[in-house]
Write a protein that binds this ligand. Sequence first.
Ligand code: GTP
Ligand code: MG
Length: 1297
Amino acid sequence: MRGSTAVAVGSLLAGAVEAQAANGVVQWGIQKRQPESSQQPNRLRKRASTYEEVITNDQVRGGYFATCVLGTPGQNLTLQLDTGSSDIWVPESTAQICKTSTQNSNGCSLGSFTPDKSSTFTVVGQGEFDISYVDGSSSKGDYFTDVFEIGGATLQNMTMGLGITTDIPYGLVGVGYALNEAIVGTTQSAASTYPNLPVNMVNEGLINTVAYSLWLNDLDASTGNILFGGIDTEKYVGDLTKIEIYPTSQNLYTSFLVAMTSLLANSPSGNDTLTSRQFPIPVVLDSGTTLTYLPTDLAMQAWKEAGAVYSTDFGAAVIPCNMQNSKGFFSFGFAGPNGPLINVTMDELVLDLPSGPTPTFSSGVYKGLDVCEFGIQNFSSAPYLLGDTFLRSAYVVYDLINNEIGIAATDFNSTKTNIVAFPSSSAQIPSATVAPNQAQVTVRPSATTPAYAASAGFTDSAATSSGSGSGSSSSKNAAPGMPQAFDMAQVVKMRVYRAVAALNNSSRTLGARHGARYSSLGACRFAAGSASPSPIRIGATQFETRRHFSGSSISRAAAVGAAEAALKQAKELAAANMTPEAVAARMSPEEHKRLSRVRNIGIAAHIDSGKTTVTERILFYTGRVKAIHEVRGRDGVGAKMDSMELERERGITIQSAATFADWTKKENGEDVQYHINLIDTPGHIDFTIEVERAMRVLDGAVMVLCAVSGVQSQTITVDRQMKRYNVPRISFVNKMDRMGANPFKAVEQINSKLKIPAAAIQIPIGSEKEFEGVVDLIEMKAIRNDGQRGVNLKISKEIPPDLKELAEQKRQELIEKLADVDDEMAEMFLDEITPTPEQIKAAIRRATIGLKFTPVLMGSALADKSVQPMLDAVCDYLPNPANVPNTALDRSRGEQSVQLIPYNSLPFVGLAFKLEENPYGQVTYMRVYQGSLKKGTYLFNSRTDKKVRIPRIVRMHSNEMEDVNEIGAGEICAVFGVECASGDTFTDGGLPYSMSSMYVPDAVMSLSIKPKRSSDADAFSKAMNRFMREDPTFRLHVDGESEETIISGMGELHLEIYVERLRREYKVDCETGQPRVAYRETITHKAPFDYLLKRQSGGPGDFARVMGWIEPNEENAEDNKFETQVVGGTIPDKFLAACGKGFQEACEKGPLLGHRVIGASMVVNDGATHVTDSSDYAFNLATQMAFRKAFKDAGGQVLEPLMKTTITAPAEFQGNILMLMNKRGTIVDTEVGADEFTMVADCSLNAMFGFSTHLRAATQGKGEFSMEFSHYAPAPPHLQKELVAKYEKELEAKRTK
Ligand SMILES: Nc1nc2c(ncn2[C@@H]2O[C@H](COP(=O)(O)OP(=O)(O)OP(=O)(O)O)[C@@H](O)[C@H]2O)c(=O)[nH]1
Ligand SMILES: [Mg+2]
């Protein structure tokens, strides 16, 4: 083993610190150590219940420590280095843990701080320090400032935490992102930060930029150093490569998250590329963690290569200690193809047990050999961690300004030094080159399942050196005598990742980096949220900070107040946040039984995939309808759920329809009845609001797919909607009878296009016309339909012989997929235990409700095949109302979130999600979230505070209804006689609750409309009022200039349907104008303004002067922003509010076309008033005028909506369609199938009017298309000119009229 040549740069134990504070760098020696043995239980102690509680944090894992000096006169302390957090904190000498950790009570053995003995100690935030780490450890006390000396550098005023109550017996120096500081609210807006160590060093002029390098010596030498502000080119070999750090999905940088893109095993006997489903693997570089944690599938391959085995006794993968001598090594690759590779040799990966007698393998091929811990362990969810077992082999430069790391192979035990400082603030990492293919991080290493060619090389050398004759290749198997049950919880406990707990939950994305890079003097990225009006700027060497703890600072009180409020809120939320499990645990047996049999589900899918046809079968098999009628069937009756005349004529669903049915299911040989409330939604994108509101109130969904087309454009849209409201789903591949049906393509596309882990739980028997039924892969039985309209099921244990192999293969795929997303299945998978059908079903249910998985079923609704098993799956895998969390906002407590509990006995809370007028009056659909609703009771509308009586409650059955006297919590009903808007919350009057409403998309198209006969005016306005009330995406306004009535909506079909309904239902014939595009206006660059409004006309005049600038709103291109930066009160606050209003009004009607302005920001920073003539009116007007005037100087332009257009047609028409599309937009994607092809293009909406006629002509009526708003983009210059000229002409005509 190596180690004898180690040269410690600085050893804290000797109290010596080698320091270098010149030339813009500060160097600090660190040493790996274990805290004293009295508090050191065995790291790998046998897992008996009496020892379990001690394996909680890195007290038992070791870590890298360094000395520093604190206070005046200086007190020596040893602190642990942590890249996962950002506070420095020290235990107070009187802290309980310091008293108990040593026999005498002189404080903690690694040093603790005695404030009384420091003359420069100042408390700046009493009781405000409160940090909890993700491993469950925590520290609480005061914030203070004092002198802090590290590596020879002295920081006079370092803000630190004093741990008065803590369960960690030594202090920490966090050097991670500032967002991982203790006081971070759970809401971003309340987060606040202060200068942490590296930032403070920049402030003090000690280093030039917020960056440092970390060199850890090898396992035996266990020392290293951290170099702030520079790199040491003698500490690595080969190239130093720059790779990106990824932010959270909220675009915040909180940890050193990079993309690991390959793992190779190398040995004298061969090489293997190891594969993982998780590539690219999001890994956090974390020196606060000892081991390396990779996804289970990858870790298992590494174990196999190296000869490690998983031991339940130790709760970890273990390996014979003599494997330290193995010649094998692993190469970790980053940042895509040809990115940096770091080799980690086996002597870095075989870890001795820290203390106590070394256990030996008691049996098996390793019998008698010493047990060591393996440095690569598994973990079941991202982010994964590269801890010290990896980091020792890598020299890493952390650049927190450019959000990059530099990485190179470490030069172990290097004794030379050549320090290069970062020359300036935000300078790039010196001597580093960029990884060539980071943009391709998503490219997986091309390899199949490894052949384990390297494994013999790993073990052979070990066998030779041990001389024990063991270590043959069979050692890849588990050592006999070692129980193999897998305890995930134990592994979780053993992982130490000292990031601040509050931020750990934010998910991260690899591949795309959001948002702009920060410019060299740009806003500092560790300023989270928008609590502070002025962004933190990095000056040449100075940081302004948002939070000071100096007693006199006013901003401090505000910031601390915000942080306190955030923490308080977080606690209250936690208290209020009853999980569905907690709700279920407290439920009375009656409520439990009632709810466990209720399912509220929606059917959603791409247009024409067969939702209504499926629903018709559901109604028939549950006995709700006596006969099946088809959508556009020959009998002319039409499907039950498409009740509107227009729906039946056109064969499409326009309005969602609700119904309910009881499904009797066999469970353990007994009949169990489930009550299903069901909503069939339309597929056409113009009616997307119907899907939106269904998803808002339903607990689960059936996503229908066409067996030929798979995932289509609207499948992606409904997927987005399901995700928006966290709706668990099962998938049903319909139309299995069609030519070219392929359910596995659909499964693959759900995985790849929708990014939801999915697996088939059935395979088809026969295909296309011969499609007979399915094989259930869970129970391994064949299910066929029999009898008239397939009412009976023929179930057989006999699987057709030609399907046996496929069934086994697909069953295995199902189990593997589940093992990826479910811990219990993962355990069984690792232990090679075959799960029982019950276990598989339970795992599917857990994973589906947990939004981690969707089971895929298949059938043909039209052919009456395999719909019943889908109904069983609704009951088996979709949640009951108690399984999903539903929350309301408590208005009496600052809109705090409260959990609603579906008990009948609790006070009532319900949401009106859809309004409809039918011949009996106004119907309001309501989802009951809590309490029950009885006929004749009174409810309160939370928005209007009005009390309403509920005279009649019905259950809807499409256009029919059934009266009921009472409806239970968790159900859906409709009520009569309630005046409200859709999205209103109703309560019993005692609860000040309201529920969040649903997302309503913006209209993209409008149309002028007027009744042909003036006598129809009344009926026209009545109809319009009704349509607007029912459909939030349908809008109406009267144009001030042309005095025309303009209706706007989601597309041509949407508006056409309303015009048609006016004619049919209200007998009002209308004249309509050409459809118009909803253009927008925006600006492209900054322009100043200085506008003086001065009018005198007899009495008091109008006087206002406003100065400032307008510029594009970088934060949000869809929103406008108004800001004031007036100093010295040149415009008083009250007039500034009028300026803000003036700006908003000016944005409503853009200067170019009179269309809405978006993406503009206006700043007023100076102006003037007049003693008598200034008024709100004058400032409002002056701002409007100023804006309009500056708009042209700021490069005003017209934006047009671009539509994501998907066209599907038989392959032979591809040429025709290409020609059609050439003029209309940019083709984004083309997919050519066996018979059909699909083209996706971004088209200007303007060019798409009348497209359906052209498409029909070009495809003999066989082509289909759908359009969905994508984004706004500048209109072509000639069009802009034309539009502006037209608008000006209209204005001119009006003026001269
Ligand atoms: N071959 C075949 N055709 C089917 C099947 N299910 C439905 N269809 C046909 O597909 C067409 C559309 O069916 P619908 O049930 O109206 O589809 P939808 O998804 O409700 O359509 P929208 O509500 O308009 O989005 C109809 O002509 C059905 O007869 C099936 O299993 N096989
Ligand atoms: Mg339909």
